[in-house]
Design a protein around this ligand. Structure first.
Ligand code: CUA
Length: 179
């Protein structure tokens, strides 16, 4: 018997199933189903999955809220493009806008304080990936994704776009500070 020769009996699927093979098929099936159920389960147990809320929005509606936050809580600007750095109070709503090919504004949070982070896209599908942590959220135009965040480490983090969104996708990098 060889893997590259045709089987001796053409109707191999009509042979009785070996006990060992059957056992492995059952084990694999049970494990697949366990993993499938845990895709939902990890929203409840542990910190593996982020549970986001999603609402309908429009670029205009979201821009108004983001601009109001920026007008109120900007503490300085950074980079040559003078991107506002926003330091909103603990417990408040924080807005982050994704568009071709930037994240706006720069957000500064405080460690161990909880915020409601709102995300949307002004144009195409983008991906919010917070580096170097393992946090990934799809950012879809027309929808407002909200996640309760409590940063537990301070430092400077990068927001990297994790969905291919065109020629400058690789340059779509933002900043997030935790003090
Ligand atoms: Cu935005 Cu890739």
């Amino acid at each position: 018997m060889s893997a590259i020769l045709p089987p001796a009996e053409r109707l191999w699927w009509k042979h009785p199933l070996d006990r060992v093979e059957g056992t492995w098929i059952v084990i694999a099936l049970v494990w697949c189903l366990t993993m499938f159920v845990m895709m939902v389960g990890w929203h409840i147990y542990g910190k593996q999955n982020l549970s986001t809320e999603t609402y309908r929005t429009t670029p205009e509606q979201f821009s108004v809220k983001a601009q109001a936050m920026v007008d109120k809580y900007t503490v300085r600007t950074e980079t040559d493009e003078k991107i506002p750095v926003v330091h909103p109070p603990a417990g408040s709503d924080v807005y982050l806008v994704a568009r071709l090919w930037s994240w706006w504004p720069i957000i500064e949070l405080e460690k161990d304080k909880t915020y409601r982070l709102h995300l949307t896209s002004m144009d195409y599908n983008h991906g919010f990936s917070l580096q170097p942590t393992n946090i990934n959220i799809q950012v879809v135009p027309g929808f407002e994704h909200v996640v309760n965040v409590t940063p537990n480490q301070s430092g400077q983090f990068s927001v990297v776009c994790n969905e291919y969104c065109g020629i400058n996708h690789h340059s779509m990098v933002g900043r997030l500070y935790v003090k």
